[in-house]
Design a protein around this ligand. Sequence first.
Ligand code: ZDP
Length: 270
Amino acid sequence: MKFVKIHGLGNDYLFINAMEEKLDEKELPELARKMSDRHFGIGSDGIILVDKSDKADFKMRIFNSDGSEAEMCGNGVRGFARYVVDQGLTEKKELEIETLAGIIKPKILNGMIKVDMGEPILDAEKIPTTEKGELVNFPLEVGEKCYNITAVSMGNPHAVVFVDSFNFPVSRIGKAIEEHKLFPQKTNVEFIEVINDKELGMQVWERGAGVTMACGTGACAAAVAGVLNKKSGRKVTVHLIGGDLEIEWNEKDNHVYMTGPAEIVFTGEY
Ligand code: ZDP
């Protein structure tokens, strides 16, 4: 099976052309686990399938490194745009990609890729969580501690936690929030340090993947949470371990826009 490894700020995925490879639907979770393994496999944060769509230019499916399928993927959709252009599957520079979270629209700029990530979902029941209304600065009991979370969906669930520094056990707390009973489909967890009105520092514990170098949907959720909590403005630079993303939560159309890189690392056969 052919694959192309592409990363967005170090959040790396293996792209597979599902229009060419014969893939067995029931084996996809195991395939994702095996190919993503950084010792016994190729190594990645997950796999992304490139398929045809009857309602958009292409269809994208993403599986985390634990084999779970996610509704949406921010860094991944930038890589998707890079892949289809590099593979000669399209001449377009503005694409419509069908995902489980709806139609996502990447636009290839010179070098960077700008993505219309659609509208954030704040209705707690639709995140989904077991609560009603909106969860902004919501106190969550995690073990013997309490963390104030803001719940935002970008098609996939996010719990955003504002912190004063990152010198705490990000993995342990991240995993505990990921698996908290408040989130029936688990959640991604973003820890955010507010640098100023235009800059956020972020570390992420991803649902189904653990600590990653970056998370595009997470950066979008963090920008939305920053506005909701009156900690930052609608246009922010999010500083991730792997680099920076420019995020804007547009006041006019309520859409979140994400701009960042996508790098092809290598192609191979599995
Ligand atoms: O929602 C989830 O399970 C995420 N782990 C999917 C991957 C999100 C991604 N890292 C991103 O950048 O949004 C691709």
